[in-house]
Ligand binder design. Structure first.
Ligand SMILES: CC(C)(COP(=O)(O)OP(=O)(O)OC[C@H]1O[C@@H](n2cnc3c(N)ncnc32)[C@H](O)[C@@H]1OP(=O)(O)O)[C@@H](O)C(=O)NCCC(=O)NCCS
Length: 158
């Protein structure tokens, strides 16, 4: 398994988008065109991390996640579009991708906080990685979410 950061001109990018659509967006009743309608600017700014298997027939993307640096403000990053191939879930691929994002965010980029909007069904995944959850629940893309984060929260205390 190879873990890499790619950009939108990489030959693996269409595969990564197709994986996001099938694993993440379709179960919510959305497709990639819907995502681009609502998040085109986010997509443009995103760093794309992929998990790739090398098959004799060619490379196959089995995991993907995005990091939007300095969003919504300097020093903060948003993790989004976390998806692992249905047949490869539970092997530690998601965990390794989040660690890639954390290493990049807190290392080279020097961010102080990374956050995500976690679907309720995925909260345990981020909790296992040490992320904290805000208690407030909100709806996004028609399903319940919580804001989860790692690092120094952006709000000033008190
Ligand atoms: C959630 C998802 C990204 C996890 O990826 P994965 O590769 O299957 O997870 P991993 O194998 O790396 O799991 C890491 C740890 O989290 C736990 N875990 C994984 N998914 C979990 C879940 N949904 N709830 C609770 N714990 C979970 C695993 O048991 C494992 O625990 P361990 O370290 O004690 O062994 C993947 O299941 C997925 O793509 N789901 C569908 C899309 C989705 O929900 N994306 C997130 C939207 S916010």
């Amino acid at each position: 398994m190879e873990y890499r950061r790619i950009n939108a001109s990489d030959p693996l990018y269409p595969q990564a988008c197709a994986l996001r659509e099938s694993v993440l967006l379709r179960p919510l009743g959305k497709d990639f065109a819907w995502f681009m309608e609502h998040y085109a600017e986010t997509e443009r700014r995103a760093e794309h991390f992929v998990a790739v298997v090398h098959h004799p027939a060619g490379k196959r993307v089995v995991g993907v996640v995005l990091l939007i640096p300095d969003f919504p403000e300097a020093g903060v990053g948003k993790l989004m579009q976390m998806a692992v191939d249905l047949q490869r879930q539970g092997e530690g691929i998601g965990k390794r991708l989040v660690i890639e994002v954390e290493t990049r965010a807190f290392g080279e980029l020097g961010l102080r906080e990374v956050f995500c909007h976690a679907q309720n069904s995925a909260m345990g995944f981020y909790e296992r990685l040490g992320w904290a959850a805000d208690p407030a629940e909100f709806m996004e893309a028609g399903t319940a979410h919580h804001r989860m984060w790692l690092g120094q929260p952006s709000e000033e205390p008190g």
